[in-house]
Ligand binder design. Structure first.
Ligand code: FCB
Length: 447
């Protein structure tokens, strides 16, 4: 019972989702800041991302909160446009993250940095963003700058968060910047993200970073029936979402379904690129929220598959099926397909409806508590069956800016009142705090 000794219990956030003050201290606009500015596609998102949780000014309070709740790690991301506006190093931007890392260490909390969690300097998006073959090189430079400043105090690094989402939402559905809708762009975007990852790993190592990894989102794809068309549709969806990044990074090649899926839009990639992409990793970060039941659908706009909702399972406010078994399946599948490797669940959590104002008796969020309990037990199950899982980090510390959906979806274990910015831990925060402090023993109440 309980979890392996030294198991890391933490909470996750990302820069643009919580910081606010996007132009403070010499920072340049990012793609997301521009998305939310008047005239941008997300200008209707109120209150705008420009304030978010005001973490940029309230970070000391937030570090104290993480410490009070007893978490051992905190995963956050660095804003590229703060640290390198116009391609120049901005000391004030680096100082912000150095101060944050030092305060965490002083509070006994291990900092974990994600270098790129979707917010890109707007100027680099204007040069083509992830379609620009020069962007991976610039990412390598940026990674080197941040790691040189912080590798002496930050033990864990990740290059990218969920490259699949950047590609899919940015270039296929168009719901994230740069808001393109052209499937022919996808292979080039992926490949540039993968090259950026490879250069980022090299840069972090050269700057002395000890543990370097990548964070991907995985969603098991289950066929809607055992008809051959549905089995093939689930395999295509799995190649597109789950293996498109991991196969090149861990096996040095793309999944065989992809050239067929993209047809004439699939380019020839130089063989040497795969050497760069396949850098040895110290760990893999896994974000898990749900699974996808998939059926063959010739009318689908891309890929000839579509999702089928489960008839009875609970769904979150994001309309995502609650399916904890999928987390066990994911962790075991990673081991089976890619071999032994330290795994960290870097994000897991749920949006359920909470009141805008915290009631006097506190925020009761039993559905979220149950989501965490069942998913953490699913991690335990995977460990029992041989997966080398070293940590679990909840998404998210705070209610925050849920990208194109604004502030309406609340994922926090701490409630944020968007008028006063007051933070109030929810029942789920107390629950996770008990789990963290007891290293999982509290999940098994004495009989
Ligand atoms: C993940 C993102 C994270 C947050 C959660 C709900 O895909 O990494 O920023 O939006 O989903």
């Amino acid at each position: 019972m309980g979890f392996p000794k030294g198991f890391l219990w933490g909470v996750s956030t990302s820069a643009y989702q919580i910081e606010g003050s996007p132009l403070a201290d010499g920072a340049d606009p990012s793609n997301w800041q521009r998305f939310c500015a008047p005239g941008g596609a997300g200008a209707h998102l109120a209150p705008r991302g420009d304030r978010a949780c005001d973490h940029y000014r309230r970070w000391r309070e937030d570090v104290a909160l993480i410490r009070e709740l007893g978490f051992g790690s905190y995963r956050f991301s660095v804003s590229w446009s703060r640290v390198m506006p116009g391609g120049r190093v901005n000391a004030a931007g680096l100082d912000f993250y150095r101060g944050l890392a030092d305060a965490l260490l002083e509070a006994g909390i291990q900092p974990q940095i994600t270098l790129h969690h979707w917010d890109l300097p707007a100027e680099l998006e204007d040069r083509g963003g992830w379609l620009d073959p020069d962007l991976p090189g610039r990412f390598g430079d940026y990674a080197h700058v941040v790691a040189s400043a912080l590798a002496d105090r930050v033990p864990m690094w990740a290059t990218l968060n969920e490259p699949w989402v950047m590609m899919h939402e940015g270039h296929l559905t168009g719901s994230h910047p740069p808001c393109h809708r052209d499937f022919r762009e996808l292979p080039r975007v992926s490949h540039n993200l993968l090259r950026a990852h490879g250069l980022g790993v090299q840069a972090c190592r050269a700057a002395g970073a000890r543990s370097v990894g990548l964070v991907v989102n995985i969603e098991p794809k289950h066929p809607a029936s055992d008809r051959p068309e549905d089995l093939a549709a689930a395999a295509r969806a799995d190649a597109y979402m789950n293996r498109q990044y991991l196969d090149p990074v861990l096996l040095g090649r793309y999944p065989e379904e992809l050239p067929e899926l993209f047809g004439a839009a699939w380019p020839e990639f130089p063989e040497d690129d795969f050497k760069l992409i396949r850098q040895p990793l110290d760990y893999l970060g896994v974000n898990y929220y749900s699974r996808g039941i998939t059926r063959h659908d010739p009318a689908a706009p891309f890929g000839r598959w579509s999702g089928v909702p489960h008839p009875t399972h609970l769904r979150t406010e994001m309309d995502w099926e609650v399916y904890p078994e999928g987390l066990t399946e994911t962790l075991l599948w990673l081991r089976e397909r890619y071999g032994e490797m330290p795994l960290y669940v870097n994000e897991n959590g749920a949006a359920f409806r909470d009141p805008d104002k915290a009631p006097p008796g506190g925020v009761q969020d039993p559905l979220r508590v149950d989501y965490f309990r069942t998913h953490i037990l699913a991690v335990r199950d995977a460990i029992d069956r041989g997966a080398d899982v070293r940590g679990y980090s909840a998404w998210s510390l705070l209610d925050n800016f849920e990208w194109a959906l604004g502030f309406e979806k609340r994922f926090g274990i701490v409630h944020v009142d968007y008028d006063t910015l007051e933070r109030t831990p929810k029942a789920s925060a107390r629950f996770l705090s008990g789990v963290a402090r007891s290293n999982g023993q509290s999940l098994y109440p004495p009989r």
